[in-house]
Design a protein around this ligand. Structure first.
Ligand SMILES: Nc1ncnc2c1ncn2[C@@H]1O[C@H](COP(=O)(O)OP(=O)(O)OP(=O)(O)O)[C@@H](O)[C@H]1O
Ligand SMILES: [Mg+2]
Length: 331
């Protein structure tokens, strides 16, 4: 059952008090019920009580309006878009002002906690990828190398009929090794640690162009060197998945990746001139969803703009706080 509002409860209590006060006054004046009932005073008394209850109701509703507003604002705030704060200009009492301030402080603490957790999640994901990449590189790759060496040792001694078969097996093993090393490289962007974001993006794009034959241009207006490690990884991964999507779906003639800032806020844009797409209803892919999730974990936003025949643009915007700070500075 829906509980009555605070204003209704106070109104009911006040109404009871007014009626009780009137009854007490009648009793104190030693008037019998007959003295009151049927007289004009009775009408005045009832009208007076009703009037007081009405005024009380209007006043209470007005006093509680800022609270209702605050509840609306609280319900509308979306933690997925950090930086929002409750603003209730109607708050005209110390209690409501304190409530708004406490709520805003709580939002700040939640955002801090969320960004710490997000950084830890991203860090966890990356260290796990690094571990898998190391294992692939060290364990599996070495085992394949040993297989290759053995094949090579036996290929000459083997009967003529088997030699061709062994050579074929060797080619398969070499292809598997290449694939393994490619996987390890993709799992762990070592270039990011060793040479920074810009160089890592360049290497990635060069590899993309080499394998697809599609020219890819990097326009780096700002190397974004001040990004935290987990943010650089998000940028790298978003470009990686976008290039992978372009390879698989876009049939593009060219690709441009832009890295820079907008109002101090890091922005990365990956634009292709391929076939584009309209809706994702039929897609069971997780690439775009994963990119969005990564962007959100790094307090960023991902926007994908595409239309059939018009190419696709993926835009990543990071660090709302930095942006807000620079906006305030400019103002
Ligand atoms: N650059 C692009 N050009 C054309 N279509 C695209 C492009 N990027 C995404 N798409 C469309 O959006 C769909 C969803 O992409 P998403 O990356 O989420 O999944 P996927 O690439 O199909 O699978 P995966 O889970 O391996 O990434 C794709 O199937 C494709 O139809
Ligand atoms: Mg994909």
């Amino acid at each position: 059952m829906r509980k009555p509002t605070l204003a209704t409860q106070i109104l009911a209590i006040n109404a009871l008090l007014i009626v009780a006060t009137a009854a007490a006054a009648i009793a104190a004046a030693r008037l019998s019920l007959d003295d009151v009932v049927g007289r004009r005073q009775a009408l005045v008394l009832v009208a007076g009580i009703l009037g007081m209850v009405l005024v009380n109701s209007v006043v209470l509703r007005r006093r509680f309006a800022p609270l209702d507003k605050l509840i609306d604002v609280m319900e509308r705030i979306d933690l997925a878009s950090p930086g929002q704060r409750a603003d209730v200009p109607e708050a005209d009492s110390e209690d409501v002002v304190r409530l708004v301030q406490a709520f805003n402080r709580m939002l700040g603490r939640l955002e801090d906690e969320r960004s710490r957790t997000a950084a830890a999640v991203l860090h966890g994901q990356e260290s796990e990828r690094a571990r898998v990449a190391r294992d692939l590189h060290d364990e599996c790759n070495q085992a394949l190398t040993a297989v290759l060496l053995r094949l090579e040792a036996h290929v000459h001694d083997a009967p003529a009929g088997l030699q061709a078969e062994l050579r074929e097996t060797k080619t398969v093993a070499i292809a598997a090794m290449d694939e393994l090393l490619r996987l390890a490289r993709e799992l762990r962007p070592a270039a990011l640690d060793d040479h920074g974001l810009e160089a890592a993006l360049r290497t990635q794009m060069q590899r993309f162009s080499d394998t697809t034959g599609v020219p890819a241009t990097l326009r780096c207006y700002d190397p974004l060197n001040d990004l935290a490690d987990h943010e650089q990884t998000v940028v790298y991964r978003v470009v990686q998945e976008s290039l992978s999507n372009i390879t698989r779906h876009a049939r593009a003639a060219s690709v441009v990746v832009e890295v820079g800032r907008d109002h101090g806020r890091p922005v990365v844009r990956i634009v292709d001139d391929g076939v584009g797409f309209s809706t994702l209803e039929d897609s069971d892919g997780i690439g775009l969803v994963g990119m969005r999730e990564r962007a959100r974990l790094a307090r960023g936003r991902l926007q994908v703009t595409s239309a059939p025949g018009r190419g696709t643009a993926v835009e990543l915007r990071l660090d709302r706080d930095l942006w807000l700070a620079s906006e305030q500075e400019a103002a």
